[in-house]
Design a protein around this ligand. Structure first.
Ligand SMILES: Nc1ncnc2c1ncn2[C@@H]1O[C@H](COP(=O)(O)OP(=O)(O)OP(=O)(O)O)[C@@H](O)[C@H]1O
Ligand SMILES: [Mg+2]
Length: 375
């Protein structure tokens, strides 16, 4: 029986899967430097030594997670003695969850977690590592998501000092953060700083040319020829560059092709792309807000609410005074947060003529949407 509304028989997609954010691309170009640096840091683990630690940092959508997944896949193909453990801290955000994941990776099954102290899980992990002669490299992806101020410090401290308590165990840690200068070390307990001395691996935003090559490759893989004409790809690339997040480009491709398909056309048009952008840009907003600390998020929410209030003046001084009523912060801290919003392309700071250092704060997204995402 043929459906009246759903049509499966006509599609412009050769392989729709390649536009999903969690699709691991075959071709991972323009990240050779980062892959090499990380491979170098992990390499001692291949010879039974302790992998060196690292922090990967950079704006959202610059390939940090993909880089870790690629590297870990390669480690798994190469050896069984170095075990890579990937942890998504947005999901596993407590110390027990992290150690349970490690245990699961090593043994193939989850420990009985309810009511079990971390120590017991750690004991089992260490015993396994020593008996099997295995070394660990643990990736804490989006490490800033660990719950509470102390959790990350506490987890790192335990991971990196395991060898003192269980001689012969070797663990390296790679943390990632979606931030340009988020220096995790700044927020860590001093005792952790003494054991966690990470190399810093920066993921710079892709240039326009790189973005074009990456998206063109997906188009080749995922769509039938001619669906996205050269000029239309150019438009998608230009829109992606406004926020620098590849996910926006991928999402635009998927949405605009779906729209053309729905209309019974075989090519995407400019209107499809512009409509797709209106939706796709929020992917970046969500990813950026996700990367903010709670106080930063509160300030952004405050700014967005104020922007919705027609009476509210949006100069830096006026916003600071109003924000101070409900938040404790110095003007310096306030201005640093503003600069961060600008760097993350969440807001613009415009000079106000004749008013010295005063800036007008202009959100780059609808204030209503920002309130929704921050709230
Ligand atoms: N060099 C590349 N080649 C092909 N695809 C890429 C490349 N870099 C990133 N991507 C794609 O872009 C999307 C975003 O990448 P990824 O999730 O790795 O970014 P991220 O830096 O981890 O972002 P976030 O900071 O928000 O976690 C993914 O779908 C990924 O497949
Ligand atoms: Mg990521």
């Amino acid at each position: 029986m043929k459906g009246q509304y759903l049509r499966w028989d006509q599609t412009l997609f050769r392989d729709a899967e390649v536009f999903e954010f969690d699709h691991l691309p075959d071709a991972f170009r323009h990240r050779e430097r980062q892959m090499k640096e990380l491979a170098f840091l992990v390499a001692p683990g291949l010879r039974g030594g302790r992998p060196l630690s690292a922090i990967c940092f950079g704006l959202p959508g610059t390939g940090k997670t993909t880089c870790m997944r690629k590297l870990f896949a390669e480690v798994e193909e190469t050896t069984r003695s170095l075990v890579p453990v990937y942890i998504n801290c947005q999901v596993d955000h407590t110390k027990l969850m992290v150690f349970s994941k490690i245990y699961q990776k090593l043994t193939g099954h989850l420990p009985q977690t309810s009511g079990v102290p971390v120590r017991k899980v750690l004991d089992a992990i260490a015993r396994h590592m020593i008996k099997e002669g295995r070394v660990l490299v643990v990736c804490l992806d989006d490490a800033n998501f660990m719950q509470g101020d102390r959790t990350l410090s506490d987890t790192l401290y335990t991971l990196l000092r395991t060898h003192e308590e269980y001689p012969g165990t070797r663990i390296g840690v790679i943390a990632t953060v979606s931030d340009v200068h988020h220096d995790l070390a700044g927020g860590l307990d001093p005792c952790v700083v003494s054991v966690f001395r990470p190399s810093r691996v920066y993921f710079d935003p892709y240039t326009e040319e790189e973005t074009r090559e990456i998206l063109a490759e997906r188009v080749r893989q995922g769509l039938y020829p001619g669906v996205v004409p050269e000029a239309m790809l150019g438009l998608i690339v230009a829109q992606t560059m406004t926020c620098g997040d590849l996910r926006v480009g991928l999402d635009m491709l998927k949405r605009s092709v779906l729209a053309a398909e729905h209309d019974g056309r075989t090519e995407v048009a400019e209107t499809d792309i512009m409509a797709a952008y209106e939706m796709a840009k929020h992917v970046h907003l969500v990813a950026s807000v996700r990367a903010l600390s709670p106080p930063e998020k509160r300030l952004l929410l405050h700014i967005a609410k104020r922007a919705l209030d027609e009476e509210g003046e949006m100069t830096s001084g006026a916003v600071f005074r109003s924000a101070k009523e409900s938040m404790r912060m110095s003007y310096t801290a306030f201005f640093e947060r503003l600069k961060k919003f600008e760097e993350m392309r969440l807001a613009e700071l415009r000079a106000v003529t004749g008013r010295g250092r005063t800036r007008e704060i202009v959100l780059r997204y609808d204030a209503e949407k920002v309130v929704e995402v921050c709230g």
